[in-house]
Design a protein around this ligand. Structure first.
Ligand code: ASP
Length: 320
């Protein structure tokens, strides 16, 4: 086994099979206790190990990213599933999307409030309906007909920490990504043994967001993209900018049309295009040959990667 260095904010990795993120933002060493750091690293590692086990067993890329994201959704430290941030009404309103690279099939849901694992419902939209994107009541009604979907009450998602963050945002009357959303959105990109790609993203969005607000995470082409010929991408950051820049698709388009490699394409979009617009955040991007890029233009991004030989790396902060 080798050593993977993902300490920089523009890292690239060879021979990756699974790359994950747990959100980007103003994540500063002085603001994080060592216990919190340890919880983040162990949460990321648990997700990587789950996905890698499936990869070893020969699972398809869609199953790998779904199972990986479920682990992160179940971990209250991240802003997805349990522990998701709360909107302006104090409600966890969840978004998720998933895409398969081999045929560009996709599924997404937005504004659901009772789905334990939103990524599994997004996958059901992909596999079990002729649609790509379902919202609110319609998505929840579909969920009620599906055996694999667990329905929970709002109390399942609620944590004291998110409540405190919402109160702080209400006092300052702001919607925050950078200061408060330190434990963010989750995502995974993977390739299976046949070198097909998939991507998945799941989130509670931004603390104190207006109810009904939709960010980039559930939008195919903005927060999530997968296409075997180019790359799989999952994004995290200030969603309004990621929507306007069509970030995930933009990276794939640069690869297809400008013949850029995944690292150049992802770094250019995050460190140049987004910065020029004033947008903050990052992505994980993976090409079918195993080349991965993990750029972010914020102080930190919870992130991790596992290579084909089982070498694992997780990181929080970023050196320029
Ligand atoms: N992109 C997410 C959103 O805007 C937030 C995040 O990535 O933390 O909803």
């Amino acid at each position: 086994m080798g050593i993977i260095d993902i300490s920089r904010n523009n890292a690239t990795v060879a021979d990756a099979v699974l790359v994950i993120h747990g959100g980007a933002g103003t994540i500063l060493e002085e603001n994080l206790t060592s216990e919190r750091e340890a919880l983040c690293h162990s949460g990321l590692r648990a997700a990587l190990e789950r996905g890698y086990g499936l990869w070893q067993a020969g699972a398809d890329a869609l199953s790998i990213v779904e199972a990986t994201v479920r682990v992160l959704e179940d971990d209250p430290i991240f802003n997805a599933g349990r522990g998701a941030v709360l909107n302006d009404q104090g409600v966890a309103e969840l978004d998720a999307s998933i895409m398969r690279g081999v045929d560009r099939m996709a599924g997404a849901i937005t504004g659901v409030t009772t789905i334990k694992n939103p990524i599994t419902l997004a996958r059901a939209v992909l596999e079990k309906t002729p649609f790509v994107f379902l919202s609110g009541v319609g998505a929840e009604e579909l969920a009620a007909t599906l055996e694999e979907i667990e329905i929970v009450g709002q109390d399942y998602f609620f944590t004291d920490e998110r409540w405190k963050q919402l109160q702080a945002q209400r006092v300052s009357n702001s919607v925050s990504l950078s200061e408060d959303n330190k434990f963010g959105t989750v995502g995974a990109v993977a390739r299976c043994k046949g070198n097909h790609l998939a991507a998945a993203t799941s989130t509670g969005g931004m603390t104190n967001k207006r109810h009904g607000r939709i960010g980039d995470s559930p939008v195919i082409g903005a927060g999530t993209w997968a296409e075997d010929a180019t790359c799989a991408v999952s994004a995290t950051g200030h969603g309004e900018f990621f929507l306007r820049a069509a970030v995930a698709h933009e990276i794939a388009a640069r690869m297809r049309h400008a013949k850029e490699g995944v690292a150049v394409a992802a770094n250019t979009v995050i460190h140049e295009e987004l910065v020029a617009m004033g947008g903050s955040g990052g992505v994980i991007a993976l090409a079918a040959n195993g080349e991965a890029a993990l750029p972010f233009n914020t102080a930190g991004m919870y992130r991790g990667v596992i290579a084909a030989d089982g070498t694992i790396a997780t990181a929080i902060y970023g050196k320029p």
